[in-house]
Design a protein around this ligand. Structure first.
Ligand code: PLP
Ligand code: THR
Length: 370
């Protein structure tokens, strides 16, 4: 059994490295609400340059980064945002753009590759009419978390950007894993997001920072975002402690993302050899692997429970599938250990070693999915 848990639940589970902890302890800080925390200032400047945007703003979470971005773009009552029906903003952020911002969501079906058909985006744009909300924003997600961690191409993003500009709309990218997309596509991140008016970038996912995201955009956008961050309670005092860790994360972990993708591909190839599973290794583009359980008697929750007994942590993604997410604290031997445990778990479940009746009734209990 692995001494420590092999945690494949998400790339949000990493623990700060010793270098991050040292940087946090040594950070030069000040009150970032009263003035500007020097470490936050340096880090925000670094991120704006990296992303090719005028200004960056550190925020406590990706959810707040998306919320602030949507609310800045949709600052007039009756605004509507076009977004994917399977997008994180629409599915996993408590409907915040509506409940807090009064923004009306106009969903367009996400394709399996994370895109929305451009003709359906255009069709979703409202023409002026007394009855209709007013379209002000288009939101994309890259990589797409619910679509297997798929990458949106720079050509697609540029095309959607042209549509937004032609219709007087803004374009926001939920770039929680934009660096995974940049690395997988071989496109510099500033080029990948060039067409976007704003991007929310998670530092606390594959990059491994303990906390936080940054939003990037024009100075005017970030000036408004800074006010909204305060309104939402996101104004932080000596935030340089967190920015110091995030700086180390960008410095030390960005270069490891390609290895995460390699391990994810290896994991998928290994899962394909297990007869109780269907998985398509060719569909793995970044750090996520989704696989389906063939035997209807075994729910994803059943399997996750038995895997946990072997110290492998995972989350159901639907009533039939499980998601494994690779991050830089998962080693090649952890991948092999997880594969061994998946095989053992099926053996135990199918030999009746684990009475299915004693477990959940097969309902997916811990799925983060829908
Ligand atoms: C695609 C995507 N966007 C946004 C978020 C929100 O980030 P946070 O968990 O920091 O709020 C997540 C995950 O958490 C995500 O997977
Ligand atoms: C579930 C979602 O909020 C989280 N970002 C994850 O992918 O694990």
């Amino acid at each position: 059994m692995a001494s420590k848990a092999v945690d494949l639940r998400s790339d949000t589970v990493t623990k700060p490295s010793e270098a991050m902890r040292a940087a946090m302890a040594a950070a030069d800080v000040d009150d970032d609400v009263v003035g500007v925390d020097p470490t936050a200032h340096r880090f925000q400047s670094e991120m704006a340059a990296l992303m090719g945007k005028e200004v960056a703003l550190f925020v406590p979470s990706g959810t707040m980064g998306n919320l602030i971005s949507v609310l800045v773009h949709c600052d007039v009552r009756g605004s509507e945002a076009i977004l994917g029906d399977n997008s994180h903003i629409h599915v996993y952020e408590n409907g915040g753009i509506s409940t807090i911002g009064g923004v009306h969501p106009k969903t367009v079906p996400n394709n399996p590759d994370g895109t929305m058909d451009v003709d359906r985006i255009v069709a979703a744009i409202r023409h002026p009419d007394l009855h209709y909300p007013t379209t002000r924003l288009i939101c994309l997600e890259n990589t797409h978390g619910n679509c297997g961690g798929k990458c949106l191409s720079v050509e697609y993003i540029d095309k959607v950007g042209e549509i937004a500009k032609a219709h007087g709309l803004k374009l926001h990218i939920d770039g929680a894993r934009i660096f995974n997309a940049s690395v997988a596509l071989g496109v510099p991140v500033d080029r990948l997001v060039k067409a976007a008016d704003s991007v929310s970038v998670c530092l606390s996912k594959g990059l491994g920072a303990p906390v936080g995201s940054v939003i990037v955009g024009s100075k005017d956008f970030i000036d408004k975002a800074r006010i909204l961050r305060k309104t939402l309670g996101g104004g932080m005092r000596q935030v340089g402690v967190l920015c110091a860790a995030a700086h180390v994360a960008v410095r030390d972990t960005l270069g490891k993302l390609a290895d995460d993708h390699r391990k994810a591909k290896a994991l998928a190839e290994g899962l394909k050899k297990i007869k109780h599973i269907t998985v398509d290794p060719a569909s793995v583009e970044t750090n996520m692997v989704f696989f389906d359980i063939i035997d209807p008697r075994i729910s994803p929750d059943n399997l996750c429970q038995v895997l946990e007994q072997h110290n492998v942590l995972a989350m159901p993604a639907s009533s039939t599938s499980i998601r494994f997410v690779i991050h830089y604290q998962i080693s090649d031997s952890d991948v092999q250990y997880a594969l061994t445990c998946v095989e053992k778990a099926f053996e135990e479940l199918l030999k009746g070693g684990i009475n299915l009746d004693q477990m959940t009734n097969g309902a997916t209990k811990s799925s983060y999915g829908h």
